[in-house]
Design a protein around this ligand. Sequence first.
Ligand code: PXG
Length: 289
Amino acid sequence: MKIYLNGKFVNKQEAKISVFDHGFLYGDGAFEGVRSYHGLVFRLNEHIDRLYETLHTLLIDPRMTKKQMSDAVVATLKANKIKDGYIRLIVSRGDGDLGLDPRKCYGAPNVIIIADKITLYPDELYRKGMAIITVPTTKNHVNALDPELKSLNYLNSILAKIEAANSGYMEAILLDTNGYVAECTGDNVFIIKDGVLLTPGLGRLKGITRQTILDIAAKLKVKVQECLISRHQVYNAHECFLTGTAAELIPVVKVDGRTIGSGKPGPVTMKLLKAFKEATKKDGVRYAV
Ligand code: PXG
């Protein structure tokens, strides 16, 4: 495996950074997870834009243009001869001292790109749907760490994942500080009620898969509402599913022990899933391996 590390390709064993890197010490940096399908990097520009937005807020200058960053993603896929893969982009603030002060990170940020394969859940779950729970850890308040930042600090999600795992579940719903549904640990949440597609409009990551589903829904003339969603509304929804680059689109059939709709992946979910699969065949930056 060839890893992109600060402008060079190195073998996995040599892909190392300093223990003084602020990404390692403090989670001080940004990341993206991107997928490629059939030699097409899905919505690459959108991922690069979101990465640069997080970096802008963190005041980290990657010292690369967006075009150079996109080209580096494609080059990493080519170097590893991967047509269908998962790409992890990491930009950390770089080496500092043991203090928090980011101004002490005098050097360049670390830019790392890894191209690999990923399957998040067993195939069966995509066909039958999954059971998830709400967990005690709430989503970061916007003033603590804005959920729209895709920062290297993912402890909020990791704590929620631990709570789900401790109860025997693979995924967790985090509520926001007002008690409304925010999102899952690495996925956005959608419900369908009376044919209308509903998803939280604020307090969650602006998922790129989420946006793809909203675009598809508009094309298919499915009504959409971005709004506050309570647990009661989730329990009484006709359908529910999660979206994320890693998970793609996965149906949810039980939440906190309440069966959702028929207890099977619903018709609107399956229609959107089919259209999503189609979109991955044409929507992206093409490359040859
Ligand atoms: N919410 C959060 C908190 C995320 O981290 C999504 C939603 C979905 O966004 P996209 O743009 O991918 O549709 C994410 C991204 C994992 C894993 O192992 C998941 C993400 C990132 C890193 C790891 O499940 N999801």
